[in-house]
Each structure stands twice: as structure tokens, then as C-alpha cells.
Design a protein around this ligand. Sequence first.
Ligand code: SF4
Length: 349
Amino acid sequence: MHVARFWHAEDNNRVRCQLCRHFCLIAPGKRGLCGVRENISGELKSLVYGRSVASAIDPVEKKPLFHFHPGSLSYSIATVGCNFRCLHCQNHHISQWSIDHGEIPGDYLPPVDVVRRARSADCLSISYTYTEPTIFYEYAHDTAILARKAQLKNVFVTNGYISAPALDEIAPFIDAANIDLKGFSEKFYHQVAGAKLSQVLDSLRAYRKHDIWLEITTLIIPGKNDDPAELRDLATFIYDELGPQTPWHVTAFYPTWKLLDSPPTPPETLTRVRDIGLEVGLHYVYTGNIPGNAGENTCCPQCHRVVIERHGFSLHNIHLHGGCCTYCGTTIDGVGLGDLDESGSESVQ
Ligand code: SF4
């Protein structure tokens, strides 16, 4: 067990965790909401340091990140645990494990070995993903520092509930983040995720202050968070507070886990939501989870021609030179796009 960061002692041997915005008050022998931080005799411990429960080599597009070193590979790791209770969690078998089962599974994979594996697999980055990286902060933090020394980038795929002090400390080592903005009403966040929208918005503002490339994802669930006026407000928040260059991924829901009473998202709904984002003025809005949909392509925000065509996680027909649209010369926002050369119909990955 690893002594946790970001907590202080309270009365009666209780501790207050300050890692995420739940700020759990934890009695001796108990765990926080995430199920992976335990008060052991008045000291908060992380139960998941170095306990990898999932690892894989993924295209960075899978995170999804479309404007961060497109076509590169990212070594992806997770531990069990999450500070949200999303009814539709696709990874509930690992995110909610410690809540359901108590014990902590996982193979011992210390930070130095994560970095070694990433390098030997020719990955450009390490992604902290699948569950919620905030709750395995100490593991992610130590890995990210080693990764940076080894010339690797670091990527957070997160629900955006980290506390401001914890973010301030890890931000210098994080290069990109995909953050879920799951909806735009407190009611939805409370009922579906067990969290507060206002806290997520504050966290997004905090991320924006750091030098981290941001992309936002919203899973559109019919009847739950698909109100057009609400989604317009969400897109306006991105535009006003994060900037029009921030890519927005609107992705299709499929019934899963505890959310079986909503139907799959119709493709035409996603297209309408994408249109809302573009009308608000966002430069890059993508549809996701519907392979072959034209909404996966990157279009130049100036001349609107397709500059990167995507089929799933593959890139084709790249019309970029030095990170600029080859048709009109406009710079396409992002990091590492200058590494992609115009390549006709070649498949990059
Ligand atoms: S990280 Fe876990 S223990 Fe700490 S405040 Fe968040 S949910 Fe609670």
C-alpha cells in the first residue's frame, strides 16, 4: 500500500481526502467513494499504486484525441476504481470492481515498467484511461514523470473531477486530455453519474489554464441528455470558456449495464448535435461510435474541405502540409499535426 497524496487528518482519526471534488470524509477502516483509498489507522492509503488491471497499445484516436499527434500509438493503463457511478459505464467490470467486490485485483506493474513497455511498443504517449486516472493519481503521477524523462507524452482520459491542487501538481507532466462533459444539467449529472456538473465545469476551467491540449466528449443518450437547447448551452460553454479550437466529440450510446431503458442514439441525432456545435462556432465537431460516418473527418474551419479522412481509427487522404490545410493554408489546431505530410490516399494507421 502506498501513502496517498492530498488529504489531511480530521478528528477521531478520520481523514479528509482532497484528491477529487467529492472531498470524502473517511472514518478509520473505511474507503472513499472511489473504493481505492482507505483510512488505515488515521492515514490515507492508495490501494492501487502499481496495480494495473488493464493495459493495451491503442491508437490515440481511440481516446478519442483527433488533434494530438494523429496516427500515433498510446500505451494505455488503468487500475480498478472510479469516483463516478455512471449507469452506462462500458468498463463497469473494472471501474466499479472495488465497490462490488472489496479486494483489489491487478498485476504489479511499476511505473518504470509501464515506460519500458511503452517505449518498446513504439508508443509516442502513455494514456491513463479506461477507468478514472484521478483515483490512481499517485501511480499516474510517478509514471508521468518517468515518461517525460523518456521523451514520452502523457494523456489523461478523465471525467474532470480532479481537485485544483492535485491538477496543479500533475499538469506540467500532462500533454493532452480528453475530458467527458456528460451533459449540461445538474439533474442529469446527479441521476446518471452521481456527481455535480458545477464541479466538472470548474475543473474544465482549471484544465484550460494549463498548457494541456484539450478535447471534450459527450455521449448522447436519448431521452436523458439530448435536449437541443441544453446541448447548445454545452457547446456555448466550450466555445466561451475553452475556446472554439477545442474539438468536441459527440458519440453514440448503446444500452449497457444499468442503463438499458434508453435506445441507441440514432445517427441523425448525432448529426443534429454536430450541427449545433458547428452553428455555435466550434471549429471541430466529430460524431463517434458510428463507423463510416462522415462526421469523423477533420474539415478545415476556413474552407471546409476535408483535410483528414477517418475510417474508424485509420487516417486517409491527408491534405495537410506543415500542419496547414493544403487547399487554403489555414493552420489546423492541435499538437503534432505538422508531422503528418500530405499523403494522398495512403493509410497512416
Ligand atoms: S479520490 Fe476517492 S476518496 Fe478521494 S475524494 Fe475522490 S472519491 Fe473520495
